[in-house]
Every structure is written in structure tokens, then in C-alpha cells.
Design a binder for this molecule. Structure first.
Ligand SMILES: Cc1cc2nc3c(=O)[nH]c(=O)nc-3n(C[C@H](O)[C@H](O)[C@H](O)COP(=O)(O)OP(=O)(O)OC[C@H]3O[C@@H](n4cnc5c(N)ncnc54)[C@H](O)[C@@H]3O)c2cc1C
Length: 591
């Protein structure tokens, strides 16, 4: 497998040239003092080194060894504790954290690119700090000042890690039916009792404490999602002076043996009357958890992107070296027994498909991160606008990046032929590792339902109109530019098609309760293609006409995307418009 090289040129290009991040940072008071181009470039360069030199070399050995469970104690593979210590010493856990509690207050636009590098190098490792970041975010947004003061500084420092405890054996997608109980105690704390499964980083040996954010129900809570509250449950209780006290009654009963991300501990957690503290308001736990989940969901999308980039880097190197058959145009390297496989149109199709999806995802993740920053640091109408964009685009990013992530890693494996199926080349691990990203943090089917249901039909398309207006403004601004017509004209056509399809689903939902669900996955994919088209057109608008190889490569990849991949949006629209009839027609016992 090729050594990982952080795609810093691509990242800098997107941040500074396409999205002009420093202009945005300069006008937001909370970011003006902390973030600028020089700092951003230095941060990305440093993470590039950490990812390549420390985390990437542990990826394969971590997969081979996996995690260990011994009498309730979980240990991570060899090298992980030292790498985690290096990560913490670098202050990486504090990057996007709240400065009031020891965070660095850096923008998400930068954080998203840092996460991509972590995930390219080692998804299993990345999950430990990424989960902690999400827990910090939920605590910062919803916790009391006392909880924040007590927990956030150590969590930003990484000495205490975070975990998110939602799933129970009988309750995954439908969290409304969870059974974990929270009983109020006289001292203001709660006694938490229940079993959670599939908890990433539920226990491990990387940090001295683990802070669980747990969904549970009070004895008198209303049934369903409106009766769920969120609690902070430390593995080791923290004394008033901040020192560690007694062990809390929360234990890891076992770890899962699974298809991929083997160096990430997936734990069954037992809460046996553990001491916990309410985060946010009683019965508003799901909303509080969604703060964390929105953040995590972009993060999970970025896992799909990171794995794709890693797979592409290896595939491109292999395709340049592996010689098989002659080019259809005649021998390209007659001195060799055959030409490198990169001459073959089908191998180029695979590599360009990877490159085009990766570029689209990296640009879209930076774009979504921009809206996350505006929703956090903006004010008034701009903040509200940004919140709506985040709500709309998060399920697209999570599901489309990860569906395409699996496709990209399979393509990267395919470029290797039979060697792609063999462990030592590393491509099969990426396929196994990325597969979970389509499932956790809400399956991609549920993301699609969220996009079409809560985010579109429920508000009559109001959020969608904001996105469409943004794309339309870009189209209008570039309408007279002949050099961009090859991108702008098809983008306008596909935007209109998406508008028509959105309106048709909203209309169908008025009379057919199955209409949103039937449309959902194909609609999300159609949306994803249009969003990538917008991103590639934006990239082309900066790169077109420039002679440097980097820009020429961007323009040629954009052309490939528009010519070879975007046409799928039309076919997806046809599937969406086919409605629910054929899906619901077959009687259950005839399946
Ligand atoms: C490795 C791993 C790590 C994980 N990490 C965590 C973690 O850290 N914390 C945590 O709390 N959980 C975690 N999970 C759990 C994960 O989030 C759930 O597995 C996921 O949300 C799906 O829930 P489920 O497995 O119960 O599937 P189910 O909810 O039973 O779903 C089964 C199928 O039915 C579909 N479905 C269900 N309801 C609907 C509906 N209303 N409409 C349409 N389709 C529907 C789903 O899309 C899916 O295809 C992890 C899981 C794994 C495997």
C-alpha cells in the first residue's frame, strides 16, 4: 500500500480559493482573532504529518490485532495508547473546542479537513477523539456551567474521552422505545440502570476516564421520543476538586467481533445504578443528543471521504506501476513487457470516478462546515439561515459521502485486481472499514427519510428553497461566462429537475403516506449528485483558464464528473417519480 500523503494542496485550494475562508473568519468576531490563513495552513500541515507518520503506520497492525476484552477491561492494539498520547500532546482534542474551557475555538471548516486526514490514516483510531469532540459539543451546548467546568477542560485535553450511549438491544433506529432508567436522587444526581450495546469507545485504555453521554428515561416520562433525557455518566467519579474518585457502576460486559474498524472498541455497556447528571432539560434529551449527532453525522460522512482518498492514493500508485496488456492506442512503453494499467479506459474510469467523488465530497464537506460555523458563530437571520442549511445538508453529507465511500473503496480494490482481495495490499481493509459508515449514526436509509421527511416535506420545501437559491445565485453570477458554460448549463438543468422532483414528492405526500419513504434514498442520491455538480462548478470557476497542472487537473475532473457521473441524476429522478405503488404492491407473504 502506498504511504499516505495528506492532500494539502487540495485542502488549501478549497479553503482559500474556492470558499475564501479567511474572509468569512475575518468578519465573524469569534473567529477573527483565532483563525487566519497562515494558522490554518500550519495546522493542516502538522496534522498531515501526524496522520502520515504516526496514525497510518498503525492502521494495518490495528486491524490485524484488534481490541481485547479481559474481565471487563478493554485494551486497544499495540501502539494505540502511545499514538493517542502524541495526539493529545499536540492539543488536537481542543482544536474546535470552546476557548472558555480550554478549547482553541478554531472553525469547523478547518476541523473537517483535519478529520479527513485522521480518517484517511486510521478510521479506528479517529473514532476515539471524534466521539470525544461530539460529546464536548453536546455538553458545551446543553450542559450546566458546573458540568462544563468540571468536564470540558479534561475532555479537550484528551485525558478524559467521550462516548455516546444510545443504542439498546431492542432499540436502534427507534430510540423512543429505550428502557434504560434514570431515577432522581436527593443530591440532584440520577441512578442510571440499563444495558447499551454497540458503544464505540465505551471502554478502552487510552484515557484515564471515559465520559458517557447516556439516553435514559425518568420513571414518570411520557412514552416515546418525548420522554428521553440525556445524562452524563463518568466511568470514574470526579471529586469536587476535580481529582478522580471511586469507580462508577458502569462496566463493559463484552466487545463485538466485527467486519471492520477492528481497532475501535465496540462495547456492550452495563449501567447498574451508576451515578449520572442531567444534561439539558428533562425529556429534551433527544434534541440535545442531536447537537452531537449533527456534528457526528458530518464526521461519519468524512470517514467515507477519508477512506476513499486513502484507497485512491494506493490505486493510482498501483495503476502506474502494474503492467498488463497494451494500450488500445498501441504500445505506450514498448521497452516493457506490457503497458501500465493506467492506459486502459476502464482503469481510468475507476480512478477518475474515485477522484471526482472525492473532490465533490471534500468540497461539499467544506461547504457544510462553513454553514456549521455560521450556525455557531453567526447572528440573527444569518444564523437561522445557516441552521436550516445544516439541517438540510447533514443527512446528504452523511449518506452520500458514505455510499460513495463504499463505491470508491470497492473501485480502488478493483484497480488492484486479485491483489485487491489480498490483505497485504490494504485495499480490502478500507472496504471493510468504510462499510459501517453507511450503518451507524442512523442508517443511510434513515438519513434519506430525514432529508425528504423532516427536512423537506414537513416544511413545504422551505429549507430546500434556501439551498436552491444559493445554487441559482451562483448560476446567475456565472451565466455570461462562456468558459464555464459547459458546467453552468447542465447544473441549471439538474437544479431545475431537482426542484421539480422535490415539488412532486411534497405533493404526493399529501395523499400517499408512503410517498416520502418510497422516494427517500433515490431522492437523497439525486440531491447528492446536484450538490457535487454545484461543488465541481464552483471549483471549475476558480480553476478554468489557469495553466498550472493542479488547476488543469481540477477542470478535467470536473468535465469527467459532468459528462460521466452527473447523468445518473436523471435516472434517479425517474425512480423517485415512479412513486410508492410498485414498492407497496407485493403482498408480504409473496416476498
Ligand atoms: C460498529 C458499530 C458502532 C456503533 N457505535 C455506536 C455508538 O457509539 N453509540 C450508539 O448508541 N450506537 C452505536 N451503534 C449503533 C448504530 O447506530 C445502530 O446499529 C444503527 O443506528 C441502526 O440501528 P439497529 O442496528 O438497531 O438497526 P434497526 O433500527 O433494527 O434497523 C434495521 C433496518 O431497518 C431500517 N429501518 C428501521 N426503521 C426504519 C424506518 N422507520 N423507516 C425505514 N427503514 C427503517 C434501517 O434503516 C435498517 O436498514 C454502532 C453500531 C455498530 C455496528
Amino acid at each position: 500500500m502506498a504511504d499516505y500523503k495528506a492532500p494539502l494542496r487540495e485542502m488549501n485550494f478549497l479553503l482559500h480559493e474556492v470558499f475564501e475562508a479567511d474572509k468569512l473568519w475575518a468578519r465573524l468576531p469569534a473567529l477573527a482573532e483565532t483563525a487566519d490563513r497562515e494558522t490554518a495552513d500550519a495546522i493542516l500541515e502538522e496534522m498531515g504529518k501526524l496522520a502520515a507518520n504516526t496514525l497510518d503506520p498503525l492502521n494495518r497492525s490495528g486491524d490485524e490485532e484488534g481490541c481485547h476484552w479481559n474481565d471487563g477491561v478493554v485494551t486497544t492494539p499495540e501502539g494505540f495508547p502511545e499514538a493517542y498520547a502524541t495526539y493529545c500532546e499536540g492539543g488536537w482534542g481542543a482544536l474546535v473546542g470552546n476557548p472558555e474551557y480550554g478549547g482553541m475555538g478554531m472553525p469547523k471548516m478547518l476541523g473537517a479537513q483535519v478529520e479527513e486526514m485522521l480518517c484517511s490514516a486510521n478510521i479506528s483510531f479517529a473514532l476515539y477523539p471524534v466521539l470525544t469532540n461530539g460529546a464536548c459539543l453536546a455538553l458545551d451546548a446543553h450542559g450546566s456551567d458546573e458540568l462544563k467546568e468540571k468536564y470540558l477542560p479534561n475532555m479537550y485535553a484528551g485525558t478524559w474521552a467521550g462516548a455516546m450511549d444510545l443504542t439498546e438491544p431492542h432499540a436502534g433506529t427507534d430510540l423512543g422505545i429505550i428502557r434504560t432508567k434514570a431515577e432522581p436522587q436527593d443530591d440532584g444526581s440520577y441512578r442510571i440502570t440499563g444495558s447499551k450495546i454497540f458503544i464505540t469507545g465505551g471502554d478502552h485504555d487510552l484515557s484515564e476516564n471515559i465520559i458517557h453521554l447516556v439516553l435514559a428515561k425518568l420513571p414518570d416520562a411520557p412514552k416515546g421520543p418525548k420522554g428521553i433525557s440525556l445524562f452524563l455518566v463518568p466511568k470514574i467519579l470526579v471529586n469536587d476538586d476535580g481529582s478522580l474518585g471511586e469507580r462508577n457502576a458502569v462496566h463493559c460486559g463484552s466487545i463485538e467481533h466485527k467486519m471492520g474498524i477492528k481497532a475501535s472498541a465496540t462495547c456492550a455497556m452495563n449501567f447498574d445504578g451508576a451515578k449520572g447528571w442531567l444534561v439539558g432539560e428533562v425529556n429534551k434529551g433527544l434534541a440535545a443528543m442531536f447537537t452531537m449527532m449533527n456534528y457526528e453525522r458530518l464526521g461519519v460522512g468524512i470517514q467515507g471521504l477519508g477512506a476513499s482518498e486513502r484507497s485512491y492514493q494506493s490505486a493510482i500508485e498501483y495503476a502506474r506501476e502494474r503492467v498488463q496488456s497494451r494500450s488500445p492506442e498501441g504500445a505506450k512503453q514498448p521497452e516493457k513487457s506490457a503497458d501500465p494499467i493506467i492506459v486502459h479506459p476502464d482503469v481510468r474510469r475507476m480512478l477518475l470516478t474515485q477522484k471526482a467523488y472525492i473532490g465533490g465530497a471534500r468540497a461539499l464537506s467544506t461547504y457544510v462546515a462553513k454553514w456549521l460555523d455560521l450556525s455557531k458563530y453567526g447572528e440573527g437571520e444569518e444564523k437561522q439561515h445557516a441552521e436550516a442549511m445544516v439541517a438540510l445538508l447533514t443527512p446528504v453529507a452523511k449518506a452520500f459521502f458514505t455510499d460513495k465511500g463504499l463505491e470508491c473503496t470497492v473501485l480502488g480494490q478493483q484497480v488492484f485486481g486479485g491483489h485487491g482481495y489480498i490483505r497485504e495490499w490494504g485495499q480490502e481493509q478500507l472496504v471493510r472499514d468504510v462499510r459501517i459508515t453507511q450503518i451507524y449514526e442512523g442508517t443511510n436509509g434513515i438519513q434519506a427519510l430525514d432529508l425528504i421527511g423532516r427536512k423537506t416535506v414537513a416544511n413545504g420545501g422551505a429549507f430546500f428553497e434556501l439551498f436552491a437559491a444559493d445554487v441559482q445565485a451562483f448560476i446567475n453570477a456565472n451565466a455570461g461566462n462562456d468558459a464555464l458554460a459547459e458546467f453552468i448549463v447542465p447544473l441549471a438543468t439538474e437544479l431545475q429537475r431537482l426542484k421539480d422532483v422535490t415539488a412532486a414528492v411534497i405533493e404526493a405526500a399529501k395523499t400517499d403516506p408512503n410517498a416520502p419513504g418510497a422516494a427517500s434514498v433515490e431522492y437523497l442520491h439525486q440531491f447528492g449528485y446536484v450538490a457535487y455538480a454545484y461543488m465541481w462548478a464552483k471549483v471549475a470557476s476558480v480553476a478554468v483558464g489557469q495553466s498550472d497542472d493542479f488547476y488543469r487537473s481540477q477542470v478535467k475532473t470536473a468535465r469527467f464528473f459532468f459528462a460521466r457521473l452527473l447523468p445518473q441524476a436523471k435516472a434517479l429522478a425517474a425512480s423517485v417519480l415512479a412513486g410508492s405503488e410498485t414498492l407497496m404492491d407485493l403482498e408480504e407473504d409473496l416476498f
